[in-house]
Design a protein around this ligand. Sequence first.
Ligand SMILES: Nc1ncnc2c1ncn2[C@@H]1O[C@H](COP(=O)(O)OP(=O)(O)OP(=O)(O)O)[C@@H](O)[C@H]1O
Length: 344
Amino acid sequence: MVTFEGVTKRYGDAANPFVALDGVDMTVGRGAITGIIGRSGAGKSTLIRLVNGLEKASDGRVVVDGTEVGQLNETGLRGLRREVGMIFQHFNLLSSRTAFDNIALPLEIAGFDPAAIKAKVVPLLDLVGLGDKSASYPSELSGGQKQRVGIARALATSPKLLLSDEATSALDPETTQSILALLKQINAELGLTVLLITHEMEVVKTIASHVAVIDKGRIVEQGPTFDIFTAPRHETTRILLSSTVGTNLPEWLRTGLKAAPSAGDRILVRLTFFGATAFQPLTAQLVTEIGGNVNILAGAIEEIAGEPFGTLVVAYPATPDVLARADRFYAATGLSTEVLGYVA
Ligand SMILES: Nc1ncnc2c1ncn2[C@@H]1O[C@H](COP(=O)(O)OP(=O)(O)OP(=O)(O)O)[C@@H](O)[C@H]1O
């Protein structure tokens, strides 16, 4: 649906340019929900603004549904923006217009007559759960309701692609969940492709099927959310995800951790469960297998992009006999393991 091919974006003048995006290659699959994550200033907003032509690439191509955005004139850009809806962190509603009239605005601009506008806006109000708020002004709506108006407005011209710029960042956790559920519903029911940028990892974990990680203007990792979140390869991804996925070791454990064992030490192992292994009673089997001498130190089971994923940190004696038995068990069950170190 969207491809970035060698996209570079420089701000400032030629003598003193600032490179905000540096050779970005990326694909946003049709019908997918794709999240872009990265630190502040990494280039997320720049990336998304290239898609609807609010910014122009300095080098490379941004192609949206077969059309190269950089080649479009003003008329072409207006057409593109009917195909590409956008929602914002602060909703960007007109305070002097009711919910109905805010949603109607893009249709008025596109020249629809009042009857056609009504035929479009009324079902959209229902779709976003605001059938009874048609005549309310933004000041009379909650943050979540305002974002629902923003979503309905973005959908008014029946776009194929929805861009979301930190759309839930100003909302409380419960409202965030309801807006994410609405976006998921729209994606499933209307087949709308969604590209979202966020600094909230939970958002991506909850709704994005795919994710790209941007760092200093470069895409350092991209792929299915489950794969990236459960096995991040780039340091930036690990840091971004550290408080969201998996178990962080308690401070007392981390400080006492040694790289090599001394006599009598215990080995600390992180077990990772996903797919079929998430549903099997493997921990109980491990305890039986290595003779009961296992401590469970930390653990969590969560859902990533709709799939279960669990981690468990265990410790047991680092003796040759126990280690061999544990390794045989891991090989037989296909459990994924990582040795974290040794403790006295
Ligand atoms: N119009 C501009 N002129 C000059 N520099 C800019 C301009 N817009 C953005 N930048 C710079 O480009 C870099 C990327 O900015 P961008 O807004 O894309 O980052 P971001 O990842 O969206 O950050 P945040 O999460 O803080 O919004 C930043 O260093 C920013 O200062």
